[in-house]
Design a protein around this ligand. Structure first.
Ligand code: ADP
Ligand code: MG
Length: 705
């Protein structure tokens, strides 16, 4: 039977309906699927040894004969053994198979097989445990670098590798070449065929590297092309046209002058909204960098152009805070602003809704309540969202849908994301980066300390409070895990800590921690508690009390990450700091240093691992959120950035964004250059690429609003 990339794997010998289903579970339906998937590891089976000269501790190939019939023994349910005695020219050995009963029927006395596994020695005895094997006269994988695939129940690696071998031999040449020859030359990439062959069955390590680089490049290049094309498509969609009012008129409203980075962001907004396309822009900047000015400017510009603006914040408190700053700021320019949160009810609510519907309000600031039914706009021109990752794509879309004409979208995020990743994570958003703080901010002094300094830390807390300041204490957990019980006061037993955290002191939980502070450590101080399991109203009440100075210490989980401004808070203590990402710690640290007082951040860690300490020390050394994010990326990989977001991007099969940053940059550059020269990818040599890009996004039809 002649194979093609479209041939179903079920048609191949050895694949019945049951295995076919198993393969489908792995995403493998056709020959093409198999060729496109990547092994998760490799085994070096190139060299063969005899039993006598086999090195210990590493898996190797040994050709040997089965000397005696296999012995089967039933140990207990779920534990069955097959033992086989093997000999080669130099020595004998015993192979033991656990729960692989088929081996006793497959391995025949007098036949020679090649076994792959570790040869262990105990005295003069040699032993192999669960070795892989194949008959010497029918060997397929011996002498090669053998691919190891992801597997599922009923699907062995020999099956998948065997299928892959046949598919590669017959069809590697048919694999679609999506990278035009000129591009391959420019970036020194091999052909698709070479990559396919060497990813499954590498000729050597070097060939594997070259092949893998090509595959990663291809994946990221196609993704970059797709994202750029989506962006262009969106830019071609008609959006409201805002007037070109001189920015000076806006600047005259402000009590301070903007930083250069803020001005750049504002100019980008002006350009985006003036050209007739639809803006979809993310403003990224550290806490305190003044992102709110971007929203203020957008709202002002919209109002001056006869459009309305809706600004969504993730909590009522934050919405109220924005209202309190923006309303008086913009009122002199004639911008009529309203606040609409869940707490605004009855007549007041009706009044605001009516005004929005009739055009009597230019700016509405609120929470998710803005999405609710009954909220209609006369002429929504800009939908802005603060702390965007708390808003899903769907919510932004719902807001956008409240207008006849799709409004411009502006989102603000304080999570610094390395530039290269931002495109991948935010898809087709354009990104403005505010990488400068307003002048005169004293950096938060940051210290990394061990458990031994706990008493001093408590003393410092007391001193700050005596000076009239307020203190945040952040814990990684809410409550003690029930099953372990209250082991030693506020501590969890070390056993409750996940292995490998390097956490010797146990994990601090906010509830018992707050209780201990109240009862034992600071009985004379006012200690509040806020965490994610509390209702929104309760949380807001505690936050308001803290903001009003009615609490000295606020014990919390990371829920305070997005919070209201409390300029009097000047100390942030983070317990079990090693359990947080650097970017998250930086975000938490941003809760202090918002007022005129010198502020401090104390990171407490029980970890003795030098790497973990060094990682935390980065924070002591810099206040640059982007540098910290890069550091996070280096140490923890991109998971931290991807994890908390619904990015909706196609799954990456080959690329590991932490490892492959360099290739990612090249792929982005190549995609940008290509689309610059040929925006529609016209020409037959681009057909395969265009097809691939379309297929990539066909599976994610709603990835963008
Ligand atoms: P972000 O939302 O980026 O964390 P904000 O927009 O809340 O930051 O700004 C933080 C504080 O800095 C606010 O009190 C704001 O009024 C002030 N601010 C913003 N821009 C400037 C500036 N250019 N100069 C001085 N103060 C500024
Ligand atoms: Mg903000």
């Amino acid at each position: 039977m002649a194979l093609g990339v479209g041939t179903s794997l079920r048609e191949l010998p050895g694949v019945g309906p049951a295995r076919g289903r198993g393969l489908e579970k792995l995403g493998l339906r056709s020959v093409g699927d198999l060729l496109r998937c990547a092994p998760r590891a490799y085994e070096d089976r190139r060299r063969s040894y005899t039993f006598r000269d086999a090195p210990e501790g590493v898996p190797v190939c040994v050709a040997a004969m089965v000397a005696e019939p296999a012995r089967y023994s039933y140990v207990r349910k779920g534990m069955e053994l097959v033992k086989v005695r093997l000999v080669d020219e130099t020595a004998a050995a015993t192979a033991t198979f656990f729960n692989q009963n088929y081996t006793k029927d497959v391995l025949r006395v007098g036949e020679r097989y090649i076994f792959y596994g570790k040869v262990e020695r105990a005295g003069r005895r040699r032993r192999l445990t669960n070795p892989a094997f194949e008959r010497e006269d029918k060997k397929r994988f011996t002498g090669r670098i053998m691919p190891v695939y992801a597997l599922t129940r009923g699907i062995s690696n020999n099956l998948v590798a065997g299928l892959a071998l046949r598919c590669v031999e017959e069809c590697a040449g048919q694999v679609e070449e999506v990278l035009p020859a000129a591009l391959r030359r420019e970036y020194q990439l091999p052909t698709a065929e070479f990559a396919c062959r060497n990813i499954h069955f590498p000729a050597d390590e070097q060939a594997l590297d070259v092949a893998r680089r090509r595959a990663v490049f291809e994946e990221l290049f196609c993704l970059s092309c797709g994202l750029s094309m989506l962006r262009r498509q969106r830019e071609r969609q008609a959006g409201p046209v805002f007037s070109t009012v001189p920015m000076e008129e806006f600047l005259a409203l402000l009590p301070f002058s903007l930083t250069g980075a803020q001005r750049r962001a504002l100019e980008e907004i002006a350009v985006d909204t003036a050209l007739g396309g639809r803006m979809n822009r993310l403003v990224q900047g550290d806490v305190g960098s003044g992102k709110t000015m971007a929203a203020a400017y957008g709202a002002w510009l919209a109002a001056r152009s006869g459009y309305q603006c809706a600004l969504m914040a993730p909590t009522e408190l934050l919405a109220e805070q924005h209202f309190r700053t923006l309303e008086p700021l913009l009122a002199p320019a004639g911008v009529r602003a309203g606040l609409l949160t869940g707490s605004v009810k009855g007549g007041r609510r009706k009044q605001i809704c009516d005004a929005l519907r009739t055009g009597g309000l230019d700016l509405v600031i609120g929470t998710h309540a803005l999405l609710s039914e009954g909220v209609e706009f006369a002429r929504l021109g800009l939908a802005a969202a603060d702390e965007q990752h708390r808003f899903g794509v769907a919510q932004r879309a719902a807001l956008a849908a409240k207008a006849d004409e799709s409004p411009h979208v502006l989102v603000m995020s304080a999570t610094p994301i390395p530039r290269t990743l931002a495109l991948m994570i935010y898809g087709d958003l354009d990104v403005s980066i505010i990488d400068q703080l307003p002048p005169g901010r004293a950096p938060v002094e940051t210290y990394v300390v061990g458990e031994d300094k706990r008493a001093r830390m408590y003393a410092f807390v007391r001193k700050m409070v005596e000076q009239g300041r307020q203190v945040y204490v952040v814990c990684p957990a809410v409550a003690e895990q029930e099953e372990t019980g209250p082991a030693e006061g506020i501590l969890l037993t070390p056993a409750a800590a996940p292995a490998g955290t390097g956490c010797s002191g146990g994990i601090k939980a906010a509830q018992p921690y707050a209780q201990k502070l109240r009862e034992e450590v600071f009985p004379e101080l006012r200690v509040g508690l806020v965490h994610g399991r509390m209702k929104g109203k309760e949380k807001d009440a505690v936050m308001t009390a803290f903001a009003a100075g009615e609490l000295d210490i606020l014990v919390s989980t990371t829920v305070i990450e997005v919070g209201v401004d409390v300029p009097n808070a000047a100390l942030m203590v983070v317990e079990n700091a090693e359990r947080f990402g650097l970017s998250q710690l930086h975000q938490l640290r941003g809760r202090v240093g918002r007022g005129k007082h010198q502020s401090y951040c104390v990171l407490i860690t029980g970890s003795r691992s030098p790497e973990s300490r060094a990682r935390l020390k980065t924070l002591a050394g810099t206040c640059d959120g982007f540098r910290i994010a890069e550091e996070d990326l280096k140490h923890r990989g991109p998971g931290d950035f991807f994890g908390e977001r619904q990015h909706g991007l196609p799954q990456l099969a080959m690329a590991d964004l932490a490892e492959d940053m360099q290739v990612l940059k090249q792929a982005q550059q190549a995609a940008a250059a290509l689309l610059e020269a040929n925006p529609d990818l016209s020409g037959p040599e681009y057909d395969p690429l265009l097809g691939r890009v379309r297929a990539l996004f066909a599976e994610n039809p709603d990835m963008f609003n």
